[in-house]
Design a protein around this ligand. Structure first.
Ligand SMILES: C[S@@+](CC[C@H](N)C(=O)[O-])C[C@H]1O[C@@H](n2cnc3c(N)ncnc32)[C@H](O)[C@@H]1O
Length: 367
């Protein structure tokens, strides 16, 4: 178990940005795959991936694979599998199954076979509320078993009390900053910051804060877990002060109060300046250009596209007038809204933000 294969999951289309982060944090990389990045290493590297990766939503550990085309083969393999090497009988397990182009195509029946094997061979409880999830995937008759080492999605950092009306997932915010080429060294402005996701991710990363330092993980209930060794990986404090060049605005005073509370909870109040201000009053806070990144209200979630055209157009006008030389990244659901800014923008892949399809539109502001 010293050389595990583990997989950091991210939204499809953003794998290369997660791969950049995986490389920067010094993980050994496995083969290229869709929907995430494969890494290799012993258990402490799995713990570190959960603790340090900002872009991953979960980390899956591959624990076995075999071919099966009949249920009796599947049952025999499931019965003989060394479950006790990976799971403890006193922790309830939830099984999820998915099949693709396989003889065993009935995911519910596959799930049932593994539940029975776990109950009989390991003696653990199985059900929908298990603390630990076993993921069974059958792809072209190849059965792959993975354990979810994260538990709750990693976008939940543990420090964010205020989430606002339509927050962006933290993991997505971190990947979109990378997609905009943001490395923490230049000013960052979010003119409609809501709960402050971009600012917290940008400043947190610049300060070297581990995103998972304040939360728990499913791997803490695995038999392989070593609490002392894990405690040595956690850095509760920033490794360096973040530069004081993170600026957030919102017209909603409640959002600004909430974002300020979030910044304080992360120990980032000195790096992040927040003020209640509508887009119509936006000006550049520094003479040095940097990145404006924004996730304005969008149709399906808060407001209707028609009434939002004016807001996007006002945003575009302020950016053209006051942000010459800055880069811009706009996250929205609707190309019409992005184009209403009047900026010259190129769009990235469709990305899932908690069930809502968004795209990142990027450009450089002339002037
Ligand atoms: C989709 S939310 C942003 C969510 C944010 N990215 C987060 O992760 O919490 C859009 C934000 O735009 C703000 N907003 C709407 N109209 C605005 C305006 N005219 N000027 C400034 N902020 C505005 C809303 O108050 C809301 O907080």
């Amino acid at each position: 178990m010293d050389d595990l294969d583990f997989f950091g999951v991210c939204p499809p289309g953003l794998e290369r940005y997660l791969a950049q982060e995986v490389n920067a944090l010094g993980f050994e990389r496995g083969k290229k795959e869709e929907g995430g990045v494969t890494m290799r290493g012993p258990w402490p590297e799995v713990w570190r991936a959960n603790l340090e990766l900002r872009g991953a939503v979960r980390v899956l550990v591959r624990i076995g694979s075999f071919r099966a085309v009949h249920f009796n083969q599947l049952e025999a393999e499931a019965k003989a599998f060394p479950w006790a090497d990976w799971l403890t009988p006193d922790v309830p397990v939830r099984v999820e199954a998915a099949t693709n182009k396989s003889k065993l195509y009935h995911a519910g029946a596959v799930k049932g076979r593994f539940e029975t094997a776990l109950e009989r061979s390991l003696g653990c409880e199985v059900g929908t509320h298990g603390e630990v999830t076993l993921k069974v995937r059958i792809d072209r008759n190849l059965v792959t078993l993975s354990l979810d080492s994260s538990g709750e999605s990693l976008h939940k950092r543990g420090q964010k009390g205020f989430t606002g009306k339509a927050p962006l997932r933290e993991s997505l915010g971190a990947l979109l900053l990378r997609a905009c080429g943001y490395d923490g060294s230049e000013p960052l402005v979010d003119p409609m910051c809501g709960s402050g996701t971009f600012l917290l991710e940008g400043a947190g990363s610049a300060a070297g804060l581990q995103p998972g330092r304040g939360r728990g993980f499913a791997f803490q209930s695995f038999p392989s877990f070593d609490a002392d060794a894990f405690a040595r990986l956690i850095r509760p404090e920033p490794s360096r002060p973040a530069p004081a060049h993170f600026y957030g605005y919102d017209r909603d005073q409640g959002a600004i109060k909430g974002a300020a509370a979030n910044a304080a909870a992360h120990g980032l109040s000195d790096a992040i300046s927040l003020s209640c201000q509508p887009v119509s009053a936006l000006t550049a806070p520094t003479t040095t250009p940097g990145l404006v990144i924004v996730n304005p209200p969008y149709g399906d979630r808060i407001g209707k596209p028609g009434s939002l055209i004016g807001l996007y157009s006002a945003l575009g006008a302020r950016l053209r007038e006051h942000f010459g030389g800055w880069r811009v990244g706009i996250v929205t659901t609707d190309a019409k809204l992005a184009h209403a800014t009047g900026l010259d923008l190129t769009s990235g892949p469709v990305i899932d933000n908690g069930g809502l399809k968004v795209k990142l539109y990027q450009g450089k502001i002339g002037g």
